[in-house]
Design a protein around this ligand. Structure first.
Ligand code: FAD
Length: 341
């Protein structure tokens, strides 16, 4: 059996998890990750890393739920193992609160997270401006720790990591047999996809070790997510904004919104401001494409467009991407009837 040379382009959470799933699912292949940026410089590093799914209008709910459940189960096993601290994955409990009763009091993911229930009157007293809430335990990824841990796994299984910026995917022909495009927002250029665009997010990291519960406004705009070394305060959703520099006025606004939900944060000290551009698209693109030029062919699997919820579904969608890669490898190894002529 000849070795299929697979290039995964992109080293955010989607590229790294896809590379690992390919190594596990496709025997007899070599995996090389090619990216212009690696941790700690990707969008994935900016993510707060909470496992709460975001709806993509063009991705069916049953698919989204499957990806979320696969991701939750995978990370829960890590959180319960001796690897939890190194991987930066842990359980966190808290509240999602609403200023009016939401259309879906019990969301589609309620039976995936742990201990989902409606908040009691006593719990809601903490949030006088809110009338309804959901209490549950979910997982949080400290994304920079998690990405480093994934990179280590890739190297241990023989994978290579190369720093390189691509102008187009065809540059990888003939050095690779199959290309997996996990470039997030970079796909606007690399896949010529005008439907993907940035939604800017700014977050603060603060020292507030007394905050133990997460608090998320149901709109998803304001949140307080405690982690292992800091608490993340958010956020913003600025459509079409490419500015990667933190804005001081926005930081003040985030801080004051969070202090309304958790007044004790007034004592917290801000240690970092971070900005990331969410790769937003109407739906995740998970699709095979055959590029052809002058009689040469290059199978590509596209896997990008995870928007505001890539951490929440990465492992489930990576497993699906790996299945598409496996089909490309099978097709390569099965001679077409015309090739015998
Ligand atoms: C402020 C903020 C908070 C968030 N919070 C959460 C959260 O709590 N939970 C959640 O589930 N999600 C969250 N997200 C969303 C999450 O960050 C994204 O969905 C996820 O990181 C997308 O991962 P990705 O690997 O597709 O993209 P990226 O992390 O952007 O990776 C893309 C990779 O492709 C490479 N690349 C691009 N173009 C090229 C090129 N031409 N040549 C070579 N390499 C290239 C880049 O260098 C990079 O390595 C948040 C996002 C932001 C901004």
């Amino acid at each position: 059996m000849d070795t299929a040379r697979i290039a995964v382009v992109g080293a955010g959470v989607i590229g790294l998890s896809t590379a690992i799933c390919i190594s596990k699912l496709v025997p007899g292949c070599s995996v090389t990750i090619i990216s212009d940026k690696f941790t700690p410089d990707t969008t994935s590093d900016v993510a707060a890393g909470m496992l709460i799914p975001h709806i993509y209008p063009d991705t069916p709910i049953h698919t989204l739920k499957r990806w979320f459940k696969d991701t939750f189960d995978h990370l829960y096993a890590i959180a319960c193992s001796a690897e939890a601290a190194d991987a930066g994955v842990h359980l966190v409990s808290g509240w999602q609160i609403f200023q009016s009763i939401p259309a879906e009091e019990v969301p589609f993911w309620a039976d995936v997270v742990l201990g989902f229930r409606k908040m009691t009157e006593a719990e809601l007293k903490k949030f006088p401006q809110h009338v309804f809430g959901q209490a549950f335990t979910t997982l949080k990824c400290e994304t920079s720790a998690y990405l480093s841990w994934l990179e280590k796994r890739i190297k241990e299984s023989g994978g290579l990591l190369l720093t390189r910026r691509l102008g187009n995917l065809w540059e990888l022909q003939p050095s690779f047999d199959i290309v997996v495009n996990c470039t997030g927002l970079g796909s606007r250029q690399l896949a010529g996809d005008p439907t993907i665009s940035p939604v800017r997010g700014q977050v603060l990291q603060v020292q507030a070790p007394w905050v133990k519960h997460f608090i998320r406004d149901g709109s998803g705009l304001t949140y307080i997510y405690p982690g292992a070394s800091h608490v993340t305060l958010g956020g913003t959703r600025q459509k079409g904004d490419w500015n990667l520099s933190p804005d001081a006025q926005i930081s003040r606004d985030i801080f004051s919104r969070c202090c309304v939900l958790e007044p004790s944060l007034h004592r917290a000290c801000i240690t970092k401001e971070k900005v990331g551009l969410r790769p937003v698209r109407p739906g995740v693109r998970l699709q095979k494409e055959l590029l052809a030029h002058g009689g040469q062919r290059l199978p590509v699997v596209h896997h990008y467009g995870h928007g505001s919820g890539g951490i929440s579904v990465h492992w489930g969608s990576a497993m699906e991407a790996a299945r598409l890669v496996s089909e490309c490898v099978q097709a390569r190894r099965t001679p077409s009837p015309t090739s015998k002529l």
